[in-house]
Design a protein around this ligand. Structure first.
Ligand code: TYD
Length: 146
């Protein structure tokens, strides 16, 4: 789907001591593992059951979403396509580029959703009205300037 991809990070399991596992280490390098320079990080925690968040798209912002604990489902859509992706592996990230409508739901208790973003917070980059989004996205998909 347009401007969406999964990114697999290096999931390092140290096997020096086979009897005593020491867990997983996942490095993420800005501009290498992530296809942009990270300017902002934020996270969602303590999200109550049955909460749905998001309901917006971004004009320019690029983001990578990571679920570091528990699970959360992300619905990503354009006027023509829709996909549901469950994040439950701290070594995988969901890249979401510009002009993709997103909703986040089914947060498990204790889930931690981390977002890496290409720009500082800018409300003017948000499109929060779905009908307005569809109009702008249709133009975007024709390759016309926003
Ligand atoms: P919003 O992006 O709408 O959250 P979600 O998509 O998860 O439902 O942001 C919620 C509020 O937090 C909104 O008032 C803007 C504010 N906010 C910041 O101040 N800085 C940030 O980096 C982000 C992402 C949000």
């Amino acid at each position: 789907m347009m401007n969406i991809k999964m990114i697999a990070f290096n999931d390092i399991v140290d096997e020096k001591n086979k009897e005593r596992p020491t867990g997983h280490l996942t490095p993420i390098e800005s501009g290498r593992d992530i296809p942009f320079v990270i300017k902002r990080i934020y996270y969602l925690t303590r999200v109550p059951e049955n909460t749905i968040r998001g309901f917006h798209a971004h004009r320019q912002l690029e983001q990578v979403l990571l679920c570091l604990n528990g699970k959360v489902t992300i619905s990503v859509s354009t006027p023509y396509e829709k996909q549901m992706i469950t994040l439950n592996d701290p070594a995988k990230g969901l890249y979401i580029g510009p002009m993709v409508w997103r909703e986040m739901y089914d947060f498990s208790p204790g889930s931690v959703l981390v977002v890496l973003a290409s720009e500082h917070y800018n409300e003017a980059d948000y499109i929060r009205d779905y009908r307005n989004y569809c109009e702008i996205a249709q133009e975007y998909l024709k390759g016309e300037p926003l």
